[in-house]
Design a protein around this ligand. Structure first.
Ligand code: TXA
Ligand code: MG
Length: 351
């Protein structure tokens, strides 16, 4: 089924989606971060369908998605004071907290860990579906494992159309990057996966926060993984990808021109518009991010468009995608965490 709820939620179709999930089907739906593919938390056969559809390793646990905060008590042990403060502040929203799990969680969900990730999406469509189902669902990102997450249905069709009961179209994802994943260890909130909610946001609420040491680590070099996903390849492009980093625009532009020549023009470029404007190749190979005097706003746009641009760049008959890096500050931490993986840690530094 394909349901278009871009303008409004169709109540008859909503009943069909919720009933199909209760009956063990899996469904693609929007959230404010990225699209997810959902199944009933308590239906192991349905959850197996997700692992098969995504080709997801059984070692990678799923995040439980709830419709209201009371459902935390269904799946996790009582949060401590710091965890509760984070829940109060950031739920609903692009935020996942790792808590001690309850015994009712099927092993297939938690991949054998004694913890469970919990998230409450703020997206109205996701919330209405979860609420109609009547209990939490699992909702990993809607993509084949290892690929960038799906942020619009056009991109998801190709990978998942034949494998799910329905796809619900809610338009393009607002945020474009997956939720910030936080685990409180010995009283310290640790960000395991950076996202729109930044370390600064967390410090504002509980006075402290650290980034997990594996955030900028190559998957093969990760030790003591707090997040099983950090040991797996993620967001990888089908094409060779290079990150291009530096403070000096002229040097970046010269480098890009040099590479375009070496590659006989078969290069796609994702960059801020003050770089894009100086590059003389066909427009369909150029993917621009606004550059204003408000870097925070520009980086929100970068996050929102990133996965879509990678997929579009892959379809441009190029041999190489060049992607401009950002400073690892604020939202830039999350953007660089994804870009390093997309480019398999190939970085050209022009400074
Ligand atoms: O924004 C999001 O979180 C999206 C949307 C659809 O809600 N979902 C999402 O789920 O990104 P997924 O399954 O693609 O990524 C979940 C990540 C994986 O890297 C997994 O290893 C980690 O969260 N994770 C899940 N449970 C965990 C746990 N108990 N401890 C540590 N990491 C966990
Ligand atoms: Mg994912």
């Amino acid at each position: 089924m394909f349901y278009n709820w871009k303008n409004s939620i169709n109540e008859i179709e909503l009943n069909d989606v919720a009933n199909s999930i209760k009956n063990g089907e899996i469904v693609v739906m929007p959230t404010e971060t990225v699209y997810g593919v959902g199944a009933d938390l308590f239906n192991e056969d349905a959850i197996k369908k997700i692992f098969i559809a995504k080709n997801r390793p059984a070692t990678n646990p799923l995040i439980v998605h709830i419709g209201n905060k009371n459902e935390i008590d269904m799946v996790a042990q009582n949060p401590n004071e710091i965890e509760q403060a984070l829940i109060d502040e950031f739920m609903p929203g692009p935020f996942t907290i790792i808590l001690k799990k309850k015994d009712c969680i099927p092993d297939i969900v938690s991949a054998g860990l004694d913890t469970i990730g919990v998230r409450m999406p703020s997206n109205e469509i996701a919330n209405r579906i979860i609420t109609k189902v009547g209990n939490p669902i699992v909702l990993p990102s809607a993509n084949i494992s290892g690929r960038p997450s799906g942020t619009r249905v056009e991109d998801i069709f190709e990978e998942l159309e034949t494998k799910v009961y329905a796809i619900v179209d809610g338009g393009e994802s607002q945020i474009g990057l997956e939720s910030t994943v936080v685990k409180v260890v010995d009283g310290m909130p640790i960000i395991l996966r950076p996202g729109k909610i930044t370390p600064e946001d967390i410090i504002r609420v509980v006075g402290k926060c650290e980034l997990d040491k594996n955030i900028f680590q190559k998957p093969a070099e990760v030790v003591d993984a707090q997040m099983p996903g950090s040991k797996l390849e993620h967001y990888v492009s089908k094409l060779e990808c290079n990150l291009i980093c530096g403070q000096n625009n002229d040097k970046i532009i010269d480098k890009i021109k040099e590479i375009i020549q070496q590659r006989n023009g078969k290069v796609a470029i994702i960059a801020f518009e003050d770089i894009i404007e100086k590059i003389d190749i066909s427009k369909d190979r150029l993917f621009r991010i606004s550059r204003t005097d408000n870097i925070e706003k520009d980086e929100l746009e970068y996050a929102e468009k990133l996965y879509r641009y990678i997929r579009e760049a892959e379809n441009t008959d190029s041999d190489l995608i060049l992607i401009q890096g950002v400073k690892e500050e604020g939202l830039g931490v999350a953007i660089m965490n994804r870009l390093l993986r997309t480019s398999s840690f190939r970085i050209i530094n022009v400074d």
